[in-house]
Design a protein around this ligand. Structure first.
Ligand code: GLV
Ligand code: MG
Length: 302
């Protein structure tokens, strides 16, 4: 699976940002044709993005383009222009406002036709689906099962909060007046369950107060603690924070490695299924938990 600890949003209408993004250490770069691009700039943005994909150096990064959502007049041309122009230099398309399985199936079919028409390997380009409405969340299981191209479910908190009439203007913070619990918990968990059921990654969306790094880190930690794989970043300062938050702490990684080693020894040499590691009783389930932490650490280069 690709690493997506930090997913950098780059507006397709801004050539300066497209240029600058090449030097940034985000795991994923996604070129936007949707909400960060004004209606009159959509056509020009498609061309900028094709050129950036063709000529930029994106080595080691996951290359994604976010097309417009299916309620607009732009989506089909977004897909056709980007994939015909730079399909071989593209890893995934991101579909915003995915509301039912049919939306994802539509994109899958269109991608297959274009791949056949231009001679690209069929099925190589993946899909990331954004869950950002009540309807999308209620249908999230069907969305997650809609195509073998799916690689990730992405929470879109700004659109989501608007769609459910949550009375807040700051994405990620608890809505004013909400004093108990976490207003985001159910949504994040629901998306995570659907993602894991279908072996997809789960990605948290943007934190819009880009100068508030503490706020970003707090929100990122909340998603990372549940098991999310990464988060959007809108500014270079958020990249490093995301890469750190979505990698395990060194001591947790080392602990996981110790559990794996001790348990391997216990089961193969001592032929026991439960043993003590220091003060801790470990068994097969401990091994599975340790595997998760170890795998995240190795993916982060530990
Ligand atoms: C992202 O697309 C969001 O709506 O938060
Ligand atoms: Mg959105």
């Amino acid at each position: 699976m690709r690493s997506r600890r930090s997913c950098l949003a780059v507006p397709g209408s801004n050539p300066r940002f497209l240029e600058k993004a090449q030097g940034l250490p985000a795991d994923e770069v996604f070129f936007d044709l949707e909400d960060s691009v004004a209606p009159q700039a959509k056509e020009g943005a498609r061309k900028n993005i094709v050129q950036a994909l063709r000529t930029g150096d994106w080595t080691g990064r996951t290359r994604v383009v976010r097309v417009n959502d299916l309620s607009t007049a732009w989506t089909y041309r977004d897909v056709i222009e980007v994939v015909e122009g730079a399909g071989d230099a593209l890893d995934c398309l991101m579909l915003p406002k995915a509301e039912d399985a049919g939306h994802v199936a539509w994109l899958d079919t269109l991608l297959t036709q274009i791949e056949k028409a231009v001679g690209l390997p069929v099925g190589r380009i993946g899909i990331e689906a954004q869950i950002e409405s009540a309807r999308g969340l209620v249908n999230v299981d069907a969305i997650a099962a809609a195509s073998p191209r799916l690689e990730a479910l992405v929470f879109g908190p700004a659109d989501f909060m608007a769609s459910i009439n949550m009375r807040t203007l700051v994405v990620g913070r608890q809505p004013p007046g909400y004093t108990e619990g976490d207003a985001y918990h159910y949504i994040l968990m629901r998306i995570l369950m659907a993602a894991r059921m279908h072996d997809l990654q789960a990605i948290d969306g943007p934190y819009l107060q880009i100068k508030d790094l503490d706020g970003f880190t707090m929100v990122a930690r909340r998603a990372a603690a549940l098991g999310f794989d990464g988060k959007w970043v809108l500014h270079p300062t958020q990249i490093e924070a995301a890469n750190e938050v979505f990698s395990p702490a060194q001591e947790d990684f080392d602990h996981a490695e110790r559990i794996l080693e001790a348990y391997e020894h216990a089961t193969t040499v001592d032929r026991r299924g439960a043993v003590m590691l220091g003060d801790e009783m470990i068994d097969e389930a401990s091994r599975k938990m340790a595997l998760v932490v170890a795998a995240k650490g190795r993916a982060a280069g530990m």
